[in-house]
Design a protein around this ligand. Structure first.
Ligand code: HEC
Ligand code: HEC
Length: 240
C-alpha cells in the first residue's frame, strides 16, 4: 500500500482513521457489499451457481468432467458475465494462458486456411509449435486422406499436432480435447469417437461433422487419429 502523506493532509488522515475506528472496530460494521440493488444488482442470488468461482472456492480451471451440471453452468456464467471484474479468480495451474499480458483474438492473420503458415510474429509464440502437423512417413492412403481432412477441418481448434495447445485451442472454453492424451483417449473406443465426430458436442464449439463430411471421410480422420495421435480401442492394426 502506498503512503497517503502526499495525497491527504494531517486532518484528513486522522478523519479517515477515526472513521475506520468507529465504523469497523467499535461498531463491527460488515464489509461493504457491492452486489446490492442500489448498485444495480437486483436479486444477485440468481447467479449463485457462479459464486464459488468468484470467491475462489472452486478453481476456474477445474476440468468440466469434475463439475456438476450446475457448476458447469456457473463456470460458463462466470466466464461470460463476471470475469471482467473478478478477473481470473483462482486457478490450480498457472499456465501461460493466465499470464497478465495482452492477447488479441483472432491472432493476426490466423484463419483455418493459414494455420501452419507461420509469420514472424506468430511463429515466435509459445503456441506455434502445436501448429505444425506431426510428420509420419508411411501413412496409408486412407490415413493420408484423414490427415488432409484433419488439418483442414480440425486443426484450427485441436491444433495441427492434435493437442489442442495452439492459440485458438487455449482460448476456447471448454478447450478442444487433447487427442494425444492417454487419460482421455483410453476411455474412448472407435464407436464413441465416431459418435462424437458425427453428432458433435452440444453446448460447445465441437461441430456435428455428419453435416459437413461424408462417413468415409469421418472414418478416415479416425484412422489418422489412431495412427498419429493415440491408438483407438476397436481399431486394431489389422482393421486399418
Ligand atoms: C462491475 C464489476 C463486477 C461484476 C461484473 C461482477 N462483480 Fe462480483 N463483485 C464486485 C465487487 C467490487 C465485489 C466486492 C469485492 C470485495 O468485497 O472484496 C464483488 C463481490 C462478489 C462476491 C462476494 C461478496 C458478495 O457480494 O456476495 C460474489 C460471490 C460475487 N461478487 C459474484 C459475482 C458473480 C457471480 C458475478 C457474475 C454474474 C459478478 N460477481 C460480477 C464486482 C463485480
Ligand atoms: C470450432 C472448434 C472445433 C473444431 C473445428 C473441431 N472441434 Fe473437436 N472439440 C472441440 C471442443 C471445444 C471439444 C471439447 C468439448 C468438451 O470438452 O465437452 C471437442 C472435442 C472433441 C473430441 C472429444 C469428444 C469427447 O467425448 O470429449 C474429439 C474426438 C474431437 N473433438 C475431434 C474433432 C475432429 C476429428 C474434428 C474435425 C473433423 C474436430 N474435433 C473439430 C472443438 C472443435
Amino acid at each position: 500500500m502506498a503512503g497517503f502523506g502526499t495525497i491527504l493532509d494531517k486532518d484528513e488522515i486522522s478523519a479517515v482513521a477515526d472513521f475506520v475506528r468507529w465504523e469497523f472496530m467499535i461498531h463491527h460494521a460488515p464489509n461493504t457489499r457491492y452486489h446490492i440493488e442500489a448498485n444495480g444488482w437486483d436479486n444477485h442470488e440468481r447467479y449463485a451457481e457462479a459464486f464459488p468461482f468468484a470467491t475462489g472456492e472452486l478453481a476456474l480451471d477445474t476440468p468440466d468432467d469434475q463439475l456438476t451440471v450446475g457448476q458447469r453452468a456457473g463456470k460458463q456464467l462466470f466466464f461470460s458475465a463476471c470475469i471482467t471484474c473478478h478477473d481470473r479468480a483462482r486457478v490450480m495451474e498457472e499456465g501461460p494462458i493466465w499470464e497478465s499480458r495482452p492477447v488479441s483474438f483472432p491472432r493476426n492473420g490466423v484463419t483455418p486456411e493459414t494455420v501452419g503458415q507461420l509469420d514472424g510474429v506468430s511463429g515466435a509464440s509459445i503456441y506455434a509449435v502445436h501448429d505444425r502437423p506431426v510428420v509420419v512417413a508411411d501413412l496409408t492412403a486412407e490415413e493420408r486422406m484423414g490427415e488432409t481432412l484433419f488439418q483442414k477441418n480440425c486443426a484450427f481448434c485441436h491444433a495441427a499436432d492434435g493437442t489442442g495447445k495452439n492459440w485458438i485451442g487455449r482460448f476456447l472454453e471448454p478447450h478442444p480435447r487433447n487427442l494425444t492424451d492417454t487419460t482421455f483417449m483410453s476411455g474412448q473406443t472407435a464407436t464413441t469417437l465416431l459418435m462424437t465426430l458425427r453428432e458433435g458436442i452440444p453446448g460447445t464449439s465441437m461441430p456435428a461433422w455428419k453435416s459437413v463430411l461424408s462417413d468415409e471421410q469421418i472414418v478416415a480422420i479416425l484412422h489418422y487419429i489412431h495412427r498419429v495421435f493415440h491408438p483407438v480401442a476397436g481399431l486394431g492394426r489389422g482393421e486399418r
